[in-house]
Design a protein around this ligand. Sequence first.
Ligand SMILES: NC(=O)c1ccc[n+]([C@@H]2O[C@H](COP(=O)([O-])OP(=O)(O)OC[C@H]3O[C@@H](n4cnc5c(N)ncnc54)[C@H](OP(=O)(O)O)[C@@H]3O)[C@@H](O)[C@H]2O)c1
Length: 257
Amino acid sequence: MTSYLSELFGLSGRTAVVTGGSSGIGRAMALALGRAGARIVLVARREAPMAEVVAELRGHGAEADAISADLGDREAVKNAAATIIDRYDVPDILVNSAAVNLRPPLAELGDGVWDLTLAANLTAPFLLGQAFAPGMAARGWGRIVNVVSQQAFRAYGNSGAYGAAKAGLVGLTRSQAEAWSPHGVCCNTIAPGVVHTPLTEPVFADPTKVASHAARTMIGRNGVPGDFAGCVVFLASNASQAVTGQTLFVDGGYSAT
Ligand SMILES: NC(=O)c1ccc[n+]([C@@H]2O[C@H](COP(=O)([O-])OP(=O)(O)OC[C@H]3O[C@@H](n4cnc5c(N)ncnc54)[C@H](OP(=O)(O)O)[C@@H]3O)[C@@H](O)[C@H]2O)c1
């Protein structure tokens, strides 16, 4: 039984890069992938929160490390990718969870917010995919998981640049799947619902909003980071070998209502 599950879902011998792995959904994904056997490389800006997750991962017996980089800066993304390949070779798994969430009303959305949002939420996943996927394809196995949002598919709450970037990331994932799936590299997105993390503090500070979002789900509650553990392990594992170009909604049924 155990070896059967290990064959399907085990990640021993794999290296997983998790951007935004120091907080919220990315942190839960990094911990899950590490506990499933992968060596984890976190990428985010702040070193202290990454060091905490690295320590937690090591406490679970996982190999873990962190690289500080501003993913809103194209050169920094390229440098981080080069450092990762230099230190660990091309990773087997890439999870893009890092994102910024700046959402002024569209009429007030200027170049700065647009450029930063597109850079961090869409260009960085593109550049990391370009850096790693050809090497994954050459090895005949790889997994890319891009974290998107319901706002890739529907508007709510000043989706503006954020929704546009996430919709672009869904399209990019399809392009990645088309390019690399023939070589064993499956590329998918996960679309969370409303999940309590530092990103959504403003929403969760308002009990009326919390209750109204929870009421729109089928499970009667908003998301928690732990909801993403099993799904990311599945999409990062052998078990998902025929799943590619897809979006997995992990939202308690919110998007199905
Ligand atoms: N929470 C939700 O309800 C929800 C809903 C839909 C989709 N999502 C998506 O889920 C993903 C994770 O969100 P979350 O709620 O877990 O957010 P979070 O707790 O705020 O975590 C964001 C992570 O991204 C990193 N990050 C942000 N900007 C960065 C930059 N410029 N360069 C490098 N790293 C950067 C942060 O670390 P540093 O600040 O140290 O850089 C942090 O590790 C995002 O893609 C988000 O769009 C979340």
